[in-house]
Design a protein around this ligand. Structure first.
Ligand SMILES: [Zn+2]
Length: 449
């Protein structure tokens, strides 16, 4: 019936002090096993390279240690009573989780060294220090939701931990038999414990309400987004307040003594305090934004047959120091990621406009492209045809026009498609699953007329 996908469900936890101690202990066990395995592998590699330097034959070298998760686990089980006599305090999953992470890290390092892995070169895995992220994964044993009240999760050895919010969405799936929980990962981030379930789910997504229509989405700076339908989606309420507070704290951190690698200076305690507050606030900003983007992306794929967004140069944008712009850029990548998978589930087209497509600079009425449009100009005024329009709305409209042009989503008397501009690179990337786009005019065309 539905498509089976792997999805994560994350819940904030409200552990009791004893449970928190148990969670910390498990994460500590995970870190210990990781560092133990890493030290062994490194000693082995160092030994072998020293022997090679002495000119020993490859047959006489100390045999290499395998770093598969299986061998690491086997070696750990032989050594644990000696190196960690307290191992029985935690579920064995804690150590397996650390060793599995190590196996992955070493595998990635090797692949990167041999050129089998894309992206920047990876260094040899490093030891996890005291300030490393606390996390631990459970893949076997009894974990999952507690059926009775939808407010608790069950974890091996830690027990039944209360969740901060209701788990009903996942619970319903489990009750219907459309979900299978594969693993549970606990982690401590920004002052809070989380449990994230990796779940195999059979999805049954509704088809969009207006399959014949296309919508262009322009992620704004002042508002969350502007749609080609003329709809303006406001930023989540708490975002503005949090951003202002974030700016204040960043100024505060700049006044305090931070770390200096060259001078080997350690940061002051006061600087750390501010950094802790900043990271907590970062999490809040990200959550508020994430929440708004999820609501938007779900609504888009439930309504329209095709969604068009911009392909922004996100990494280039991150170099921009302006905070609001930065946040908008991050949001764009996240929105794209969300629409990508949600569109595939709902059978909606998703189009990403070419990076060089001038959606902001093009007039959505006559198609003339402006040479320059400052970021501060909030209104688009066309010198050729006299159109005056909100900047973001104009951009959203141009995006929607892209898919109507290429896929014939509309044959209605739309100004944009009638007046084909010269030399306009109307290139799109097609990413979505197959869907329908037939000749019903979308609301965005009616807006302009
Ligand atoms: Zn014009």
């Amino acid at each position: 019936m539905g498509e089976t996908v792997l999805q994560a469900y994350r819940f904030a936890l409200d552990p009791t002090p004893e449970q928190e101690a148990a969670l910390r202990s498990h994460c500590g066990g995970q870190r210990f096993a990781y560092n133990w395995g890493l030290a062994r592998i490194r000693a082995n590699l160092d030994q072998r390279s020293a022997e090679k330097a002495y000119g020993l034959d490859s047959d006489d070298l100390t045999p290499p240690l395998s770093w598969s998760a299986y061998s690491l686990r086997k070696d750990w089980n032989q050594a644990k009573s000696e190196v960690a006599p307290w191992w029985g305090e935690n579920s064995k999953e804690a150590y397996s989780s650390g060793l599995a992470n190590l196996a992955t890290a070493l595998g990635n390092w090797e692949a990167s060294r041999n050129g089998r892995r894309k992206g920047r070169k990876l260094g040899f895995p490093r030891f996890k220090g005291k300030r490393a992220v606390l996390s631990c994964r459970f893949t076997t044993g009894s974990f999952g939701l507690v059926d009775a009240d939808r407010r608790h999760v069950k974890l091996p050895r830690v027990g039944t931990v209360r969740t901060h919010e209701s788990s009903r969405k996942l619970a319903r799936h489990v009750e219907r038999g459309t979900a299978r929980i594969r693993s549970a990962t606990v982690s401590y981030r920004s002052g809070r414990w989380f449990c994230s379930f990796s779940v195999e789910i059979q999805r049954q997504d509704p088809k969009p309400a207006q399959p014949g229509t296309a919508v262009g989405v322009d992620l704004g700076i002042k508002s969350l987004a502007v749609l080609s339908t003329g709809e303006v989606i406001a930023n989540p309420k708490h975002l503005e307040v949090a951003l202002r507070e974030l700016r204040r704290l960043q100024r505060q951190a700049a006044r305090r003594i931070g770390p200096d690698k060259r001078a080997r200076r350690k940061p002051s305690r006061r600087w750390r305090t501010t950094q802790a507050r900043i990271s907590k606030l970062h999490a809040r900003v990200a959550n508020a934004r994430q929440d708004g983007l999820h609501k938007l992306s779900t609504r888009l794929v439930r309504t329209y047959g095709a969604v068009v967004i911009e392909d922004l140069n996100v990494s280039g944008m991150l170099a921009n120091r302006k905070l609001a712009r930065h946040v908008a850029g991050v949001g764009m990548a996240e929105l794209r990621r969300q629409i990508e998978y949600k569109a595939a589930w709902a059978g909606v087209h998703m189009h990403v406009a070419d990076r060089w497509y001038p959606s902001s600079k093009t007039c959505s009425a006559c198609g003339v492209v402006k040479a320059k449009l400052r970021l501060s100009e909030r209104t688009f005024a066309c010198e050729a045809c006299g159109l005056v329009l909100d900047r973001d709305f104009n951009a959203a409209h141009n995006l929607a026009a892209l898919v109507e042009h290429e896929y014939g989503a509309s044959s209605a008397s739309c100004v944009v498609t009638v007046n084909e501009p010269d030399g306009n690179p109307r290139k799109t990337t097609h990413l979505g699953a197959a869907g329908t786009a037939t000749g019903r005019p979308g609301p965005q065309q009616l807006m302009l007329l």
